[in-house]
Design a protein around this ligand. Structure first.
Ligand code: SF4
Ligand code: SF4
Length: 348
């Protein structure tokens, strides 16, 4: 696609800051001096080993500062227990991963506030959501850089720009609305009754009694999938209460609603580096399933993710997460008009 910028990193040394600098230098920046610009990224869950190092965020911040803009970095709190459930914990996790204001030379915020209540409902009007609720960040920024680590994901197949704008901006309530359609199912033949799923469950839906298998109270379960992700024996699988495609549609609807608010003065960049099977939300070291391709940038998240998949190939994600209908993200985006590129800026 000729409306995207690509910088390949083959044969270069990590971190690939020089390549990102070149990519940024080729953008015709939509930002002007004095603009406050939010850089949205994921700094990795506590004990996750696959997240992107802070060097790239620092480079983006420096690029913005050089043009007189005022960048800040942000993320939102999450549903599951771990190092990002509260704003305080999330900022600590960021710092442990090297994401500090001193290093980045810009502030770091939690968009839904230190108490998770700084949220705003924005219009959606699609099939599943009339409104979507996201972190209150729009009044803090006049533009955005959406910087996404492109990798696998348990329920969306892959995660890139669409997911970063959707789940990444969503309040905890909105995350729950997107995740509400599935719950865990146990394979007793594999379960060793270790109790890890019980310990990580944020709502106490998972319980276990001595000499027994765990069970899951579906009235309390919020479908966060943390138990499934953390089970060392792969004894839990996802049971979809509705068609699995509904999650893909909800993900896209949330992204589309956010995009209506931020398009025009937003650039999107995917880092096709350290492509792991799982998302950076999960602790641990996850298998790498693709080579380091480089950076790809543009002005539309759907276009960017489609081209990213064309570069990596889809087979690596289908093998890691068989049966996930990730294609629905693109067909649904087209159905609801999220692929509108009328306001696309000229890149070079
Ligand atoms: S984490 Fe897995 S193996 Fe351990 S009790 Fe839960 S289901 Fe069983
Ligand atoms: S039982 Fe439900 S709420 Fe608890 S960790 Fe599993 S998916 Fe999340």
């Amino acid at each position: 696609m000729n409306d995207l910028l690509i910088e390949k990193v083959k044969g270069k040394e990590k971190p690939y800051v020089e390549s990102l600098r070149k990519l940024l230098g080729r953008f015709r920046s939509p930002f002007v001096s004095g603009d406050s610009v939010g850089i949205k990224l994921h700094w990795g869950e506590r004990a996750n080993k696959g997240y992107l190092p802070p060097d790239y965020a620092k480079e983006i911040a420096a690029w913005l500062i050089a043009d007189g803009a005022k960048p800040f970095l942000f993320d939102t709190t999450v549903l599951y227990s771990g190092g990002r459930r509260t704003a305080e914990d999330s900022l600590k996790t960021a710092a442990n991963h090297g994401y500090t204001s001193d290093f980045l030379r810009c502030p770091i915020l939690i968009a839904d506030g230190m108490d998770g209540r700084e949220v705003v409902d924005i219009p959606s009007g699609y099939r599943h959501f009339k409104t979507v609720q996201v972190g209150s960040v729009f009044d803090k920024a006049s533009g955005f850089v959406i910087f996404s680590h492109f990798k696998g994901h348990m329920v969306s197949g892959f995660g890139g720009s669409i997911k970063n704008i959707s789940m990444g901006f969503a309040s905890r309530a909105q995350k729950q609305r997107m995740h509400a359609d599935y719950h865990p199912v146990l394979d007793p033949g594999k379960c060793t009754c270790c109790g890890i799923c019980v310990n990580v469950c944020p709502t106490k839906a998972a319980g276990i009694s001595e000499h027994d298998y765990p069970d899951y109270d579906l009235k309390k379960c919020i479908g966060c999938a943390q138990c499934i992700a953390m089970c060392p024996e792969l004894a839990l699988r996802i049971f979809w209460n509705s068609d699995i495609t509904v999650f893909q549609e909800k993900l896209v609807e949330t992204a589309a609603a956010v995009w209506k608010k931020i398009r025009g003065k937003t650039i999107v960049i995917n880092a096709l580096l350290n492509i792991t099977t799982e998302c950076d939300c999960l602790p641990g070291k996850h298998p790498i399933i693709g080579e380091d391709f480089g950076f790809i940038g543009g002005f539309h998240p759907v276009v960017l993710d489609e081209e990213s998949l064309a570069m990596t190939g889809t087979d690596i994600f289908e093998k890691a997460h068989p049966g996930v209908p990730w294609q629905r993200q693109f067909s649904y985006a087209r159905e609801i008009g999220f692929t509108d590129t009328a306001n696309k800026e000229k890149i070079e």
